[in-house]
Every structure is written in structure tokens, then in C-alpha cells.
Design a protein around this ligand. Structure first.
Ligand SMILES: [Zn+2]
Length: 467
């Protein structure tokens, strides 16, 4: 599967520009036709109704779906002996689930075949995760599982006033859609049918910003979706040129959005930045709605828990790692999968009237924690503050190889002065223990993960501590 996509990608890059547009449209067309078809649209409408369910209805849906998932898991090699009899599963699925140990990425990577439910053999779609830390892992999705996740995204977009297929959307992802050697615009390709402009994230800079601005104007783009770091790079580049472009909304996912990034994006695009939480493993998702009160658990398709470092659920409302179980991926059931994302359940009822649980916006990944020499952990998000005070920095990253040293990598922007760097370092020194030496390192580029994701913090030690 992935070899085939690599092959297609190579061919794609050999095509002339207008043909690439046709290719993007053709690839996008299949999905667009499917998502505008009757069964998918029925699912979207069903989800629009379900979001207003009572707590009783939510509980009964969860019980029924968990039963299906556990019975499917019982058919896999990995869970066959771990799970009790079918009778016991049916009696109390939630209790059974809670008796299953939490699962981590490494276990899935090492035992990939053992998670396949062979009743679905030949009908599963394989997909790799990005490997933000460590090795990427392969996952199998059922068609149902893909549809549910996509329909949940549709629901969130509809609820936040985006009109699918009627208004042009800018897409800023990790895909390399424009050859790197191309130095002149257009740095985008279009999917006319779905009204999507795929903007290349690899050609973005203050120099190329006016060309991107022209594309947004030409297609009358109303919303942009993408990774936070790339949305920020676009907003920053436009901002440096004194350009702004009002939109109806910006949508992000896949990485946490840092406060200083949000400020620039909201200023340049004069709109709110909406959060949708999901991951390739498809075990957990949550949506931000107009209530803007944390993210509502997408209970229709997943069951979320928050656990401590030993895998035990934390007391109600406390901070911990998010663990998720998909309720629709019966072909590759992953139970209580550790997402690596840190959050907590928010107390109280929501003003919007939805009864679903809410989680706090995720701004920290497990690997975003820095290990201090005294053994305490410091969230990298806390260290973003000094960056807000400093100008002329295009990108930055915190890197920790040993507890006693913190490397601050920066790409200087136009107009950068040594005093900017000194100010930044002194700001960070004030926020970490005196035993940590803070070092500034100017770099030409900050490497992305395999799927093009940017990471603000890379700690090689907190992650090692985990295993
Ligand atoms: Zn709400």
C-alpha cells in the first residue's frame, strides 16, 4: 500500500503543472463523490442529531459499541487470551475494558499482525503514523472507521459555519504537492470539485508570501485547514509583508497550537482558530464547537480515559495522559491506546447543552516535558512565554539531550539582532532552574518529522524515561 503511494507520488512529480491539478482533482474526486453520497451524508446527519443526546443515551450507545469492539478484539491473536468469555463481555463491557492493560505504540509496532481481526481481511486500509517520536507504526482502518472520523470532522465544520463544497478552502498539510526545485509560483494545486487549494508548505517564506496572498484572493478562500506550525508560518510570512486576509475560520489539528502562534494567526486572518483533536490511530477524537469550552468527546466513535504514568485512571478532573478506544474500528481493535497527549476532563456541564464530556485543549505531548536535574518535569508550553517578547525569529525549537542543558534552536528572520537572541535566552534562564545551562543555537532549518510535522520541543530524555 505505502509502496504504491510512493510510486504514485513519484509519477505525480513528473507531471506538468496543469496535469498535476487534474491529478489532485481526480484523487480528491473519489473521496468527494463518496462523501457527498447518500450513506455518508446520512451518517453526518445522524451525528448532528446524536450530539444532543442525553447522558443515558450516551451510556447505552457506549455499552453497545464497546461490546462489539471487545467481541471483535476477542477474535485477534493479541487479545484472544487476555479477554474473558463472550458472555462476560456482554454482561458488562465497560468493566471488561477497564481490566485491560493500557496499550502503547511500541506494542502495536512489534505485534502489528496480532491486532488484525481476520474477519475483515482484504477489507482493511493500511496507514502509517508519522512517528513524531521514535518509529512510525502501521495501523489498519475499516471503511466504517474512516467514514466516522470524516463525518465527525464534517459535523464540526458545519457546526462552526463552514459550507463544504460551496466555499474554497485552503489546505496546508504535510504533503509535498509542489516539487521542491520549483522556484516560481504557483506553489499550490487545486481540487476544483471540492473547492480545495492545496498550498505547499515547503515553499513558504516572507519572500513568497505575496504569491500565496494572490492565490487566496484568486480563489476567494474562506477557510484554511492545516498544521499549527504551518498555519503560523503562513500568517507570519504574510504579516512580515504587512498583508492580512480575513477568513471565516481557520481549522487545525495534529499538533498543539502554541499561544503565540494563535495570536498571529487570529490577527492576520481576523477569525477564530478552531481545534479538532484526532490521531492516525483513530482511537480518540474530540471537537471544539461554538461554546469554545474545551473539546467535546466524540463519544459516538471513541471512549476516552485519562491515566497516570502507570496507566491507572487519574481522579476526576486531574491531569494525565489521554488514552482512547475506537468504537468503530472492528478490523484492528486497539483497546486503551496511549495517545502521548496530556489533558484533563473539564468539570461541570457545558453552556451549549451537549451532555458529552469535555477535555481541556491539548497543548502538551508527553514528549513536550523537559526533565530538570532535580528530576522534576517542566512543560515546554511554559517556556513559550519568552518567545512572545522577542521579534525577528522565524522558527524555534527547544532541544534537550541531558537534564543540565537546554538548547534553544532558532532560525533568525530578516532584521535579527544579537540582542534579540540574548533577550530570549535571558527570558528562558529565568524560567528554568539555575543548574540548567541555556544555549542559543542559530540554525538554517528545523527538521520536520517524516510526515512534515513540526515539534516545538524535542526531549530525548523524558521519552527514554518512559520506557
Ligand atoms: Zn459545549
Amino acid at each position: 500500500m505505502s509502496n504504491y503511494s510512493n510510486f504514485l507520488e513519484k509519477i505525480y512529480h513528473l507531471l506538468p503543472y496543469p496535469v498535476q491539478n487534474t491529478a489532485v482533482s481526480l484523487f480528491g474526486r473519489k473521496r468527494w463523490v463518496h462523501e457527498n453520497g447518500r450513506s455518508f451524508q446520512t451518517l453526518v446527519r445522524k451525528l448532528q442529531k446524536m450530539q444532543h443526546s442525553t447522558p443515558e443515551r450516551i451510556a447505552s450507545h457506549r455499552k453497545a459499541q464497546l461490546e462489539k469492539v471487545l467481541l471483535a478484539a476477542k477474535k485477534t491473536k493479541f487479545y484472544k487470551d487476555m479477554l474473558p468469555s463472550a458472555e462476560n463481555i456482554i454482561k458488562d463491557p465497560l468493566l471488561v475494558l477497564e481490566s485491560v492493560p493500557v496499550l502503547d505504540r511500541e506494542q502495536v509496532r512489534m505485534n502489528f499482525e496480532s491486532f488484525i481481526n481476520h474477519a475483515f481481511k482484504g477489507k482493511l486500509i493500511q496507514h502509517g503514523t508519522s512517528g513524531t517520536t521514535g518509529m512510525p507504526v502501521q495501523i489498519m482502518w475499516t471503511e466504517d472507521c474512516i467514514d466516522w472520523e470524516r463525518a465527525l470532522i464534517w459535523r464540526q465544520r458545519i457546526e462552526t459555519s463552514l459550507r463544504f463544497g460551496e466555499e474554497w478552502r485552503g489546505m496546508l498539510g504535510g504533503h509535498q504537492i509542489v516539487p521542491l526545485k520549483q522556484k516560481k509560483p504557483p506553489f499550490w494545486r487545486i481540487n476544483r470539485r471540492a473547492k480545495q487549494v492545496y498550498l505547499s508548505t515547503y515553499h513558504l517564506s516572507p519572500e513568497t508570501a505575496p504569491a500565496y496572498y494572490q492565490a487566496l484572493t484568486k480563489f476567494q478562500v474562506k477557510a484554511i485547514e492545516g498544521y499549527p506550525s504551518v498555519l503560523y508560518a503562513l500568517a507570519y510570512s504574510l504579516d512580515r509583508r504587512g498583508l492580512s486576509f480575513p477568513l471565516k475560520g481557520v481549522y487545525y489539528g495534529a499538533e498543539p497550537l502554541l499561544d503565540f502562534q494563535r495570536k498571529v494567526i487570529e490577527r492576520v486572518f481576523s477569525c477564530y482558530v478552531w481545534d479538532y483533536y484526532g490521531l492516525t490511530e483513530r482511537v480518540a477524537s474530540a471537537s471544539e464547537f461554538a461554546c469554545k469550552n474545551g473539546l467535546h468527546e466524540n463519544w459516538e466513535n471513541c471512549y476516552l480515559e485519562i491515566v497516570d504514568s502507570s496507566g491507572k485512571p487519574v481522579p476526576e478532573g486531574e491531569y494525565g495522559e489521554l488514552v482512547g478506544t475506537s468504537l468503530s474500528n472492528l478490523g484492528f481493535p486497539l483497546l486503551r491506546y496511549r495517545t502521548g497527549d496530556m489533558t484533563r476532563f473539564l468539570p461541570g456541564e457545558c453552556s451549549c447543552g451537549r451532555s458529552s464530556r469535555r477535555i481541556a485543549r491539548i497543548d502538551t505531548k508527553r514528549e513536550d516535558l523537559l526533565l530538570m536535574p532535580d528530576g522534576s518535569l517542566l512543560s515546554a508550553s511554559n517556556l513559550t512565554f519568552p518567545f512572545k517578547e522577542v521579534e525577528h525569529i522565524l522558527e524555534s525549537q527547544l532541544f534537550q539531550g541531558i537534564p543540565e542543558e537546554l538548547e534553544v534552536r532558532i532560525i533568525p528572520a530578516e532584521g535579527y539582532l544579537e540582542s534579540d537572541g540574548e533577550k530570549l535566552i535571558s527570558g528562558i534562564r529565568h524560567m528554568v532552574p539555575g543548574s540548567v545551562s541555556v544555549i542559543l543555537k542559530k540554525v538554517d532549518a528545523i527538521p520536520r518529522t517524516k510526515s512534515g510535522k513540526f515539534r516545538f520541543c524535542v526531549s530525548e530524555i523524558t521519552h527514554m524515561e518512559e520506557s
